[in-house]
Ligand binder design. Structure first.
Ligand code: Q0N
Length: 287
């Protein structure tokens, strides 16, 4: 009997289905966004790369925090997950100062209440990673909030737990990735709580859509960094003089091929497995 799945939500490039009362299916498409606009051209296998990376990291971080992953589907782009009660904050960890963190620092000298030393430059590495929670904006951009506001939203005890867990996850993965030539500048987690009130890592984990991946060999603070995965797309879009409003431009074949190769390269460097092997046996990435 074929199973039925009810569509319950979508992100910019992912879809969420309910399988039953306890399980969800998280499906990563091949859509790509840049400058916050989803482009009309897909990157073949992008969704499979992101799903495989998430599964890999869920398997390797279980000792730090339980997670929602139940199974990787044979299509290699879908994860069966446990249904949780989600916490109403985005849990961001920054090891480097860029994006909205750099913006907030330039205006206020602080990010989410962390007062930082003077004189930092765009993309500087921070002496210690910082936890910078944000609100879940359903439209537009997530907004960084203070640790106090985040603690009011989830409770002081749960806040202390998500902060410590997020920092431990980031330290573990960023050290592992840096050893393989990829800097994880920052990352965003979503957590839920199971029926026994245990904190559980949900959503995706250390994918290029939830983290900034930078090539370590070209890292140079004082300017924005090249994106490991999306730089060809950004350069092409900039060359057109597109105003960055919807609809975005179609991508030429060489940009599609080059970008697909970057995603596959990130997968293979981090997992130390062949991507073709992942497609043949997706669940093997968990072992
Ligand atoms: C959930 N979101 C926001 C896919 C990702 N394990 C879970 N249990 C209950 N709810 C959720 C999860 C998870 N993960 C997470 N929405 C519901 C992120 N979504 C946005 C749409 O694309």
């Amino acid at each position: 009997m074929p199973e039925t799945a009810t569509h319950v939500g979508s992100g910019k490039v992912r879809e969420l289905y309910a399988l039953d009362d306890e399980r969800l299916l998280l499906v990563a498409s091949d859509r790509i966004s840049t400058f916050d606009v989803v482009l009309p051209t897909e990157i073949p296998d992008k969704g499979r790369v992101l799903t495989g990376l998430s599964a890999f990291w869920f398997a390797r971080t279980r000792h730090l925090c339980p997670n929602h992953l139940l199974a990787v589907r044979p299509d290699a782009r879908s994860l069966e997950c446990r249904r949780l009660e989600m916490l109403p904050i985005e849990c961001v960890v920054r090891g480097y100062l860029t994006g909205s963190g750099w913006k907030d620092y330039q205006t206020t000298g602080a990010v989410s209440g962390h007062v930082l030393p003077e004189g930092l430059r765009d993309s500087d590495r921070l002496a210690e990673p910082i936890f910078t929670p944000a609100t879940k904006a359903h439209t537009g951009h997530d907004e960084n909030i203070t640790r106090e506001t985040a603690a009011e939203l989830v409770g002081a005890e749960r806040f202390a737990e998500v902060e410590a867990t997020s920092l431990a996850l980031y330290r573990f993965a960023s050290e592992y990735a840096a050893d393989r030539g990829i800097l994880l500048a920052d990352t965003k987690f979503e957590f839920g709580v199971d029926d026994e009130e245990r904190l559980v890592l949900a959503d995706e984990a250390f994918t290029p859509d939830s983290s900034r991946f930078w090539p370590a060999d070209s890292y140079e603070p004082g300017r924005p960094q090249a994106s490991f995965d999306k730089q060809f797309v950004r350069d092409y879009c900039e060359s057109l003089g597109w105003d960055k409003t919807d609809p975005g431009p179609e991508l030429p074949d060489d940009v599609v091929t080059g970008t697909r190769a970057r995603y596959v390269e990130a997968f293979e460097r981090l997992t130390e497995r062949s991507f073709d092997r992942y497609l043949e046996d997706p669940e093997a990435v968990l072992r």
